[in-house]
Design a protein around this ligand. Sequence first.
Ligand code: ADP
Ligand code: MG
Length: 238
Amino acid sequence: MGQITLQGVAKRFGEVEVIPPLDLAIDDGEFVVFVGPSGCGKSTLLRLIAGLEDVSGGRILIDGKDATDASPAKRGLAMVFQSYALYPHMSVRKNIAFPMKMAGVPQDEQNRRIEAAAKALNLTDYLDRRPGQLSGGQRQRVAIGRAIVREPAAFLFDEPLSNLDAALRVGMRLEISELHNRLKTTMIYVTHDQVEAMTMADKIVVLQAGRIEQVGSPLDLYHSPRNVFVAGFIGSPK
Ligand code: ADP
Ligand code: MG
């Protein structure tokens, strides 16, 4: 569960090739960070994996099965957005329950998963509040809770902390890393922040203009950047 393979995946919007064909292998349980400057195609690549955009070419395999044409719901992946996308009129409990309701999960199983997610995310005392009555960090936790209860094969995060202030961002970074240690589920995490990439990733994918410049562990990239772009971006001494 949670192994994702991209084979020659490409994306064009009209005349513009935003992502030239690329290959990438993500192992089960890995914490992979896509990092690169604004506009380099990080969100597009994540949306292709999620099935929110159609590829212009190539294949996407999830756990060895061709998922290139599968709907987002069929892929078994859960996306966490920077804008939270919570329902303002629903309680935290109902927000977290929503994807399970859609999937027809039995009520007692829904309750079990909500309690477990709330406990893991320190939301137990907030289940009856509405999103408007929560802090930014708590709202972000609810968005993650809504992803957890789907028991996805992988979590896809698109700059989830960019709306938070600097101090809160450090705390949430630790919480997401801790969640990964606990769940051991594949996570793909998009950021333009090099520090986030270097501190959170098992594997970093450095992107520039839709191309993969280098894939490696934080230490690989630090000690052996393949080119000047990677060295400059990662802040390596070379
Ligand atoms: P990042 O997330 O790294 O900032 P994006 O994936 O959002 O980058 O965008 C990559 C490039 O694709 C940008 O040049 C952007 O303008 C373009 N792009 C993204 N979505 C669309 C779209 N729906 N239509 C046309 N161009 C798009
Ligand atoms: Mg983006």
